[in-house]
Write a protein that binds this ligand. Structure first.
Ligand code: FES
Ligand SMILES: [Fe+2]
Length: 444
């Protein structure tokens, strides 16, 4: 905690400095769980993981496990995975299909819409004492489905999801809305990849806000050439579309941030797609359809990377995925990657993407290992008594963003840490219990 006792003073938005202790303090971590993860909209999964009535999978909101279930009328629910009797973990399966969740401890059972159903020896022991209607599972205050993605918040006063996403929604659309097909057009490929990282959850979230400055740490990937372009005979990881584009670092009032890129107006077919394999042809067509579906605003934008406040990141360009940085402790994060493919893509394309995704990211992926090495080592070298006296520097391109960029948001046309500055500004607002008007940037 800072000298004057407020977490807000740990963030100097104007000067661009942030105290190291926000990445290691147990006290601050507990405050985050109370003030951020009980209020913000959190991504909990994808509809394609629970297509049938009775399907469920286990997700997380902050440190707590939640069950995402489709009830027998096909409605999706998000419940705390804790029995109402003595709090036992109700379900220990990662995913499955059921008509009832039965507690392993004393066998109370709950329907897939959360109602208390079975109570052993009800007549003898509980008749007249227990009103089953009062003891349903604890359910989130609000749940919304957006283009196949499932979001939830514990705050009944949180604004609708689309208001919360604001103008960052366009960039999420670029990731989700690639092709016609079933709702959302995407499905989660294979299972969710999960692994533990010994660093604070914000370090990972911040990296995806648009920290392009760290790209030299991925030089090994450049050298061996595992990018999709390598498959088409284009050298290394070079991406011709991105080389030609104007890069944009955009921050949003809600705390979200993206690194995007805009193609020059005269661009025709990107070189990457000029090979005539089934896979190349598929991507060319998907690219055309995406532009058609998303309209002129998105027409020249390339889907890229971003973080939606607080801990949902996305990678719109291959490997197309959503990554959630679950807080586990001040210096421990559980990372979950949901890899996306177009639901109606040919099997050949899905197979190609599966092997590419696994080489690129996830715990065994080349770029993921580069990133984890950075985050873990920065954590270890920052926790010492002396190290903690010195703030981190976030002054890159300070004061060089504009609200008159080519797309909505506060935009820098060169690498910038404005996205991170804005993210931590909102972070301190959450910790000081600000109203939703402030959290949405309506008072900036
Ligand atoms: S704790 Fe679940 S039935 Fe007792
Ligand atoms: Fe990286």
């Amino acid at each position: 905690m800072s000298a004057n006792g407020t977490t807000a003073s740990l963030i100097d938005y104007e000067r661009g400095t942030i105290a190291r202790e926000i990445f290691s303090s147990e006290k601050i971590f507990q405050e985050e769980l109370e003030t951020i993860f009980t209020r913000a909209w959190l991504y909990v999964g994808h509809e394609s993981q629970i297509p049938q009535p009775g399907d469920f999978f286990m997700s997380r909101m902050g440190q707590e496990q939640v069950i995402v279930a489709r009830d027998k009328r096909s409605k999706v629910h998000v419940f705390l995975n804790s029995c109402r009797h003595r709090g036992m973990r109700l379900c220990s399966a990662d995913h499955g299909n059921t008509s009832l969740f039965t507690c392993p401890y004393h066998s109370w059972s709950f329907t897939t819409d959360g109602k208390l159903f079975g109570v052993p020896q009800f007549k003898n022991l509980y008749e007249g004492c227990l009103d089953r209607a009062e003891w349903s599972l604890v359910e989130v205050a609000q749940m919304e489905i957006y283009k196949g993605t499932i979001w939830a918040t514990w705050d009944p006063n949180a604004p609708p999801l689309e208001t919360y996403l604001g103008d960052a929604k366009l960039h999420l659309d670029m990731t989700l809305d690639c092709r016609d097909g079933r709702e959302g057009g995407s499905e989660v490929l294979l299972g969710v990849q999960k692994w533990i990282i010994p660093c604070n959850w914000k370090i990972a979230a911040e990296n995806f806000l648009g920290d392009s400055y760290h790209n030299p740490s991925h030089r090994s990937v450049d050298l061996i050439g595992i990018g999709p372009s390598a498959e088409y005979g284009v050298k290394g990881r070079r991406d011709n579309e991105l080389d030609a584009a104007q890069h944009l670092w955009i921050s949003f009032p809600q705390g979200h941030g993206v690194h995007s890129a805009q193609m020059p107006a005269e661009t025709s077919d990107p070189e990457t797609y000029q090979n005539n394999t089934v896979v190349a042809e598929y991507f060319r067509e998907a690219n055309r359809l995406r532009k058609e579906r998303l309209g002129t605003e998105a027409n020249r934008l390339l889907p890229f990377v971003g973080t939606l406040y607080p801990n949902t990141s996305f990678h719109g360009r291959q490997p197309r995925n959503i990554c959630v940085w679950h807080p586990q402790g001040p210096e421990q994060t559980e990372a979950w990657r949901f890899f996306l493919v177009d639901a109606d893509a040919p099997q050949e394309v899905k197979d190609f993407l599966r092997s590419y995704y696994m080489r690129y990211s996830g715990p065994a992926g080349m770029t993921e290992q580069d990133d984890m090495e950075n985050w873990n080592s920065a954590t270890a070298a920052s926790r010492g008594v002396i190290a903690r006296r010195y703030p981190y520097n976030y002054q890159q391109s300070l004061g060089r963003s504009t609200r008159n960029g080519p797309t909505p948001g506060n935009t820098a046309l060169q690498m910038s840490e404005e996205n991170a500055r804005q993210y931590y500004r909102r972070w301190s607002d959450y910790l000081s219990g600000a109203t939703w008007d402030t959290l949405l940037g309506m008072k900036d």
